[in-house]
Design a protein around this ligand. Sequence first.
Ligand code: FAD
Length: 461
Amino acid sequence: MGFSQAISEISRRIGREKVLTEPEDVYAYSLDASTEFKQAPGAVVRASSEEDVKVVLEVADRERVPVVPRGSGTSLTGAPVPTSPESIVLDLTPMNRVEVNVDDGYVMAEAGATVLEVDKACREYGFFFPPDPASSRIATIGGALAENAGGLRGAKFGVMKNWVLAMEVYLAGGRKLRIGEPVYKWRWGPDLLSLFIGSEGTLGVITKAWLKIYPLPEKVVRVMGTFDRLEDAGRAISQIRRRGYVPMMLELLDRETIEIVNEVLGYDVEVAEAMVVADVDGPREAVWRMAREVEQVMKESGGRTRASDDPEEMQQLYLARQGAYAAVTRAYPGVLLEDITVPLSKLMVALRELEKLRKEYGLRMPVFGHAGDGNLHPTICFDPRDEDQLRKAREMFVKIGRLAIELGGAISGEHGIGLAKKELFLEEIKAVRGEGYLEVVRKIKELLDPNGIMNPGKLWF
Ligand SMILES: Cc1cc2nc3c(=O)[nH]c(=O)nc-3n(C[C@H](O)[C@H](O)[C@H](O)COP(=O)(O)OP(=O)(O)OC[C@H]3O[C@@H](n4cnc5c(N)ncnc54)[C@H](O)[C@@H]3O)c2cc1C
C-alpha cells in the first residue's frame, strides 16, 4: 500500500468526483497568497461531509500519507502549501453551513464558511461576528481558527480565540473530538480549544465551530488624524488607550504607505508623516461625545483631525488604509508582508528602528497596521529577479522578526508561522519560553498525531 492505494480507497469510499488528481486540477492548491512557496499535492479531496474528513484521515494515517487541511489558501506564510508531492490537500470549502442561534448568542459555522458569510448571517439579526481579517471575504472559519486570525477590530475585540465556545475536530486516524459547549460558561479541566486554535492544521482538522456573536453597535464615528511627526502619532495612540478609550479600530499608516497608495491607486490623500484612523462605537447619544474626546487627544498630540459618521465620508477617511496592501502588491513583483507585534509602550521604538532598517537597506517598506493592539505590518517591497534586492529583503525580514523579539513582542500577531517564519519562531520560543515548552508541545503532537501526517513541516514539526 502507499499513496496511490490510499487515493484509490478514498475515491471508492467517498466518491471519485470529490478526489482531484489531474495536474491542472491540483495546481491551484500548490500555492497560498504568499506565492513564495510552491508544491503541488498528489491529490486534493474536496470534503463535503464529516464522513469524508473521517475517511481521509483514517486511510491517510494508516498509509502514512501527509494531509494538509485547507480553507481558501489566503495564508501569507505557506501554511497550507504541502511539503511533499505525495500529500493530500483536504479542501474544506464545500462544508459551509452557517446557522445563527440568536437566543443562545452563538453562530454555528462549518469550517468552509467564509468569515464574511458568518458575519453577514449574524447581521440579519442585529448582531455581528467581530473578528475581521482583511481577507474575510474569502478566508474560511476553519482557516481563521487554525491561524487564530485577527483583524481591524482587534484593538477592541481581540482575535478568533476570544470568540469560540465549542468546536468539532477530527484527528489523524479519523477520531472525532468534540470540545466545549455552545454556552457562555463551562468548565471541564484543561482548555483543549486553545490547543487547536492557531495550530495551523498540524494537530487535527476543524470541521465545525460554535462562535459567540455580539450586538451591532448603534453608531460608529470615524476619527482621522494626520501628523507631521511619527512620534506625535505614537503619542496620540498611547494617550487614546491611556485615557481609557478602546476604539473598535485604531490603525496607523506611515508616510510611505500614503505615498504608494496615492501613486498606484491614483488617490489624493493628504501626505503626512503618519495617519491614525480610529472607529469609535457606542450608543447613539454618547458616541459623538466619545469621538470628540478621541479627536481632542489627537489634536493635543499635534494632529489635524476630521471626524464623520456619514458612510461615504467615512470611506474617504479610510481610503489609504484600505488600499495599502493592494497598492503595494500591484506596484511591486516581490512583497514580504511582516506581521510583528510589540508592546504598546514600544510602538514608537519599533517604528524608529524600522525607519533605520529602511535607510540601511534602501528598499521601500511602507508600514501600516493595527496600532491599537501593537500589531504592525512593515511591508518590504522588492524585485525578486534582482538577487541583491532579494537578499536584502530576506535579511530585513529576519531582522524585523528579531526586533520584535528584542522588544518583548512576537514575530507574528495574526498571519501565523507556516513555512515563512519557522526559524524565527524557534528563536522566539528559545528566547522567551525555553526548551521545556517545545518538549511539551512535541509530546502533545506525538499523542494526537503519532504518525506525523498532519501538515508536516509547519510550525516546529
Ligand atoms: C489580502 C490579505 C489580507 C489578510 N489580512 C489578514 C488579517 O487582517 N488578519 C489575519 O489574521 N490574517 C490576514 N490574512 C491572512 C489569512 O487570510 C488568514 O490567516 C486566514 O485566516 C486564512 O484562512 P484560509 O481559509 O485562507 O486558510 P488557508 O490559507 O487555507 O489555511 C491556513 C492554515 O490553516 C490550516 N487550516 C485551514 N483550514 C483548516 C481546518 N478546517 N482545520 C484545521 N486547519 C485548517 C491550513 O492547514 C493552514 O495551515 C490576510 C491574507 C491576505 C491575502
